[in-house]
Structure formats: structure tokens, C-alpha cells
Design a protein around this ligand. Structure first.
Ligand SMILES: Nc1ncnc2c1ncn2[C@@H]1O[C@H](COP(=O)(O)OP(=O)(O)OP(=O)(O)O)[C@@H](O)[C@H]1O
Ligand SMILES: [Mg+2]
Length: 237
């Protein structure tokens, strides 16, 4: 770990994400996507999550981001008890950022407007939202693409816009589900550089699902999953 990273995390302490004995089933219990899963991730830590297809990685991301509910167990993210959450929309908007393999940008809005979407329900004025979007697009190296719509951009460019959007409300935790899965190697590098830059600027906890070993190795720690559980060693990769 570089000294820059360590200093970035000063002032941040404790556990950012705590999962204890979480089970999640689908289809009336026929499919057990998460099976009594437990893990802990420190504030400021950058971890990758990897494991065979169907082992429950996306399910875990959805639960942690407040998009779905566990059947049982305990989940705490950035101080929020997700099993007793009163304001899931507020949690999703203000506390976590999400990036998916398919960027999920709105195709009819330009890059800047896409970045501004998560700020709509916040206290920020229109002028502040605009300034923040400009700042984020600059940060991801796409200032000159502010008025391009997603269909006019490359996959890598869209993914960088999606990262800018995820960061709009300064989330304490960034979840990324295979953010580099559909990108060429140069675009993957740029996304990884962006993560590195971001961590130098402020303390942020990052959880990134990836099938790519080289990408997984850029994290401080790799969490291996098999059959809905965390295991010590990679299996079947
Ligand atoms: N909405 C759903 N309804 C029914 N089954 C589901 C649902 N979502 C996920 N599953 C099942 O739960 C298991 C875990 O799926 P999940 O998407 O979390 O896997 P994954 O590790 O992300 O896989 P991949 O690497 O292919 O993205 C799989 O068996 C999947 O078929
Ligand atoms: Mg998945």
C-alpha cells in the first residue's frame, strides 16, 4: 500500500460495512443467493469481490446499496442499519454511489444532465448542481463531453460519466458491479486510475465486483465468494 493511500485514510476509522449471517433467497426460497454470509470492510478500504458466476456477488451489491432486502441477518453500511432503514431513497441518494457494468445512463440526457440527476432531490441549488457536475466531468476527464448524449460516446467514456454520477453526492461508499466488464484495456486503465485519484482526494470506501484478476489485484484486499458465502481461497476461477 502506498503512503499516499494511507494518509488519505487518516481521520477515517472503524468499520464502513458490516454484514453478519445474511441470507437472501429468491423464488420462494428455491434459490439461495446468499447463504449466512458475513464480512466486514473498514472505512477507506478498497476491496474487490470475485467468484464464479451465480455465487451471489450482484445480490450482495444490491443489498448493500439498499436496492433489495435480505431475508435475515444484519447489514450495516456507513452507520445505517439496512434491515431497519426508514428512508431507503435518502440512503441511496446520499450515502452510497453505484456503478454497474451497463452504465444505466439516461440516453436522452447529455453527460452533464446525467451527472446532475442524483442531485435533484438534494438541497443543492441549480447553480450548485451545475458547478458540481462540471467539476466531476473535469475529474473524470470528460469536461469537453458535457453536452454529448450517451449514444454519442464510447463505452469507456460512458462508464466514466457513470462514475461521475455515482460520486455526485459525495458518497461514503462506492459500489461498483463489474464496472470494467465491457471495456477495452485502455478504458479499464482509465477507470482504475480514476479510482486511485479519487482515493487520494478524499476518504472513500470502495467495493468492486470483478471477474478480472488484474483488476481485482488493484484493491487493498480481495474477497472471494462461492455459493453465497465468503471463502478464504479462490475456488473455480
Ligand atoms: N431476481 C432474481 N430472481 C431469482 N433468482 C435470482 C434473482 N437474482 C439472482 N438470482 C439467482 O441468485 C444467484 C446469485 O445471482 P447473482 O446475480 O448475485 O450472481 P453473480 O455472482 O453476480 O453472478 P455473475 O458473475 O454472473 O454476475 C443465481 O443463482 C441467480 O440465478
Ligand atoms: Mg453479477
Amino acid at each position: 500500500m502506498s503512503s499516499a493511500r494511507t494518509s488519505t485514510n487518516q481521520g477515517e476509522s472503524g468499520v464502513a460495512i458490516s454484514v453478519e449471517g445474511v441470507t437472501k433467497t429468491f423464488d420462494g426460497g428455491m434459490v439461495k443467493a446468499l447463504d449466512n454470509l458475513s464480512l466486514a470492510i473498514d472505512a477507506g478500504e478498497y476491496v474487490s469481490v470475485t467468484g464464479p458466476s451465480g455465487c451471489g456477488k450482484s445480490t450482495l451489491m444490491h443489498l448493500l446499496a439498499g436496492l433489495d432486502r435480505a431475508d435475515s441477518g444484519r447489514l450495516e453500511v456507513s452507520g445505517e442499519d439496512l434491515m431497519r432503514m426508514r428512508d431507503p431513497n435518502g440512503f441511496r441518494r446520499n450515502r452510497v454511489g453505484l456503478v454497474f457494468q451497463m452504465h444505466n445512463l439516461l440516453p436522452h440526457l447529455d453527460a452533464k444532465s446525467n451527472v446532475m440527476v442524483p442531485m435533484l432531490g438534494t438541497q443543492r441549488s441549480r447553480r450548485e448542481r451545475s458547478a458540481r457536475a462540471d467539476e466531476l466531468l473535469e475529474q473524470v476527464g470528460l469536461a469537453e463531453f458535457a453536452h454529448r448524449r450517451p449514444p454519442q460516446m464510447s463505452g469507456g467514456e460512458r462508464q466514466r460519466v457513470a462514475i461521475a454520477r455515482a460520486l455526485a453526492n459525495d458518497p461514503a461508499v462506492l459500489f461498483a458491479d463489474e464496472p470494467t466488464g465491457s471495456l477495452d484495456s485502455r478504458s479499464v486503465e482509465r477507470v482504475l486510475e480514476l479510482i486511485e485519484e479519487l482515493r487520494k482526494q478524499r476518504p472513500v470506501t470502495i467495493v468492486m465486483v470483478t471477474h478480472d484478476k488484474a483488476v481485482a489485484n488493484t484493491a487493498d484486499r480481495i474477497i472471494y465468494m462461492v455459493d453465497g458465502r465468503v471463502v478464504d481461497q479462490p475456488v473455480g476461477l
